[in-house]
Design a protein around this ligand. Sequence first.
Ligand code: PNS
Length: 189
Amino acid sequence: MLFRAISWFLLKLRYNSKMRRAIFPGSFDPLTNGHLDIIRRSSPLFDEMIVAVLNNAEKHPMFTVEERCSMIRTVLPTVETGECRLVVDSFSGLTADFARDQNATAIVRGIRAVSDYEYELRMALMNRRLEPTIETVFLMAGEEYSYVSSTLMKQVFELGGRVEGLIPQLVEARMREKTRMREKKGQAI
Ligand code: PNS
C-alpha cells in the first residue's frame, strides 16, 4: 500500500514537473540513419523523447512492432543526445492521443523534401485539431539523408542493392536474416 502511494506520488511529481517531453512517432519499418539524424538534431530541444513505434499490423510490415522496438533500443545508445533521455515505446490508434497520454508537449517529424511537406502539413493540422496543446515540431533532415526512407531502403535491399551507410548495421543484418527466413519458407518479401 505504502509502495503504491509512493509510486503514485513520484509519477505525479514527474508529470507535473516542467519536463519538455516530445514524441517522435513513425512506422520505423525499419529504422534508418535518417531517423537517427532527426533524433540527434531534435534532442537538444527536449528533456525526454519517446520514439513511438506505430503498431500497424494491417500494413504488413517487414518487422513486427517488437522487433522494431528492440532494434531501436539497441541502436539508440550510439546516438549523441546530451541531456535528453530517450525512451522507446509502441502505440496503436491516434498519435495525438498517445502524445497526450504521455504528457508530451511536442510531436517531432522530419521533412526531407518539398514532397513531404503536404502530407506532413495535413497531419500536423489534424493532430493540432485533435489535441490543440501539442505542437508539431519539424526538423529538416540532413542533406545526406534527404532521399532515405524505410520504403526505399526495403526496396533497394530486396533487389540486392547497397544500403550501407543509410541504415544502421544491425538493421541491415536483421533485414538479411528476415530475407533468409522468408526465402526458406518460400514466402514473398
Ligand atoms: O513513419 P511514418 O510511416 O511516416 O509515420 C506516420 C505516422 C505513424 C506518424 C502516422 O501514420 C500516424 O500518426 N499514424 C497514427 C494514426 C493517426 O494518428 N492518424 C492521424 C494522423 S493525422
